[in-house]
Design a binder for this molecule. Structure first.
Ligand code: BDR
Ligand code: CA
Length: 315
């Protein structure tokens, strides 16, 4: 399989951090062209700081990181970060600050410029609110036809959400952005709560990861324990795992619409299965519904063990 050139658009966030580490550990399948950050689990300056910290932790200061949007397009929204991802977004474990810096260019412009320079080559991987991607499509609509595809974590097509309005968190933060992206006609694969809720780390799997864990693994495990207790859902890593080994997942085709009505189920994704000719002329999304969670876990365990710590962590 040819190596995928990707941009990871993220809001680290503990599971975003694990997704980044999984991508760093998979250079044979994945080339990360850049990392862009957005408001979500914590503020945008905090998600940017966290992306830099995770890259430094894994010795990947070579990957450029671009700061993106610091608020949703229409309605500002509270963050739920503190309770789930810790006040700092990475479980308040004192992960060291990076010594390298964020790029000067804005994330939205980086996305546009990269797509225009490499038409048909880039896979976008949003694993936070889709604000940056939507803004890129609004600023430069011609990129829609030049994006190879989008694989994203967000939504809940056939299952319950994880917010007060029954929406999934990423879509709930910026439903208008999600609607822009989901109606763009770009080939899309969705990893919603339908599947990511089944990608969990049980106690037995935590114990397996713990065995002979390197300093990076130990930090990753401590972050996940903070965020998920004994049962952490690996939402965002599913997107990266799919690019490494698509046979881990199965799904169906559907048209996804987003409820943007503040009085309704704000941010809820509604799925209409594409069968018997329905969905023609609309943006069709491949909605992942099943995962071989045992093989997914084995992949994550194997790959995280490949990461080399910085000298500071190894000391
Ligand atoms: C999503 O919300 C965030 O808290 C996680 O990072 C993930 O992207 C799951 O609903
Ligand atoms: Ca995320």
């Amino acid at each position: 399989m040819a190596k995928r050139r990707i941009i990871i658009d993220c809001d680290p966030g503990v599971d975003d951090a694990i997704a980044l580490l999984l991508a760093f550990a998979s250079p044979d399948e994945i080339e990360i062209v850049g990392i862009t950050t957005v408001i979500g689990n914590v503020s945008q300056p905090a998600t940017t700081r966290n992306a830099l910290r995770i890259a430094a932790m894994a010795n990947r200061q070579d990957i450029p990181i671009y700061a993106g949007c610091s608020r949703p397009i229409i309605l500002p929204h509270e963050q739920r970060g503190a309770s789930v991802h810790g006040t700092d977004g990475l479980g308040d474990l004192g992960v060291p600050d990076a010594t390298h810096a964020v790029q000067d260019h804005h994330a939205v412009d980086f996305i546009i410029d990269t797509i225009l320079r490499e038409p048909g080559q880039i896979t976008l991987c949003p694993i936070g609110p889709m604000t940056n991607i939507a803004m890129a499509l609004i600023k430069e609509p011609s990129i829609a036809a030049k994006i190879r595809d989008i694989a994203f974590m967000g939504g809940a097509a056939f299952s319950a959400g994880n917010t007060a309005t029954d929406a999934e968190f990423n879509i709930w933060i910026d439903p208008h952005a999600a609607q822009v992206v989901l109606s763009s006609g770009i080939p899309m694969t969705m990893f919603g709560l339908d599947v990511t809720r089944h990608a969990t780390l049980t106690q037995a799997r935590f114990d397996q990861l713990d065995r002979d864990a390197s300093p990076i693994m130990q930090t990753a495990i401590a972050m996940m324990r903070h965020y998920g207790g004994g049962d952490a859902s690996l939402h965002d890593p599913c997107v990266i795992a799919f690019l490494i080994d698509p046979t881990l997942f199965r799904g169906v085709d559907a048209v996804i619409e987003v409820d943007c009505d503040e009085a309704g189920s704000y941010g809820r994704t509604r799925a209409t299965l594409v069968e018997n000719g329905r969905g023609q002329g609309q943006s069709v999304c491949h909605v992942i519904t099943e995962v071989d969670d045992e093989r997914l876990f084995q992949l994550i365990d194997r790959r995280l063990r490949l990461l080399r710590p910085t000298q500071e962590m190894a000391a």
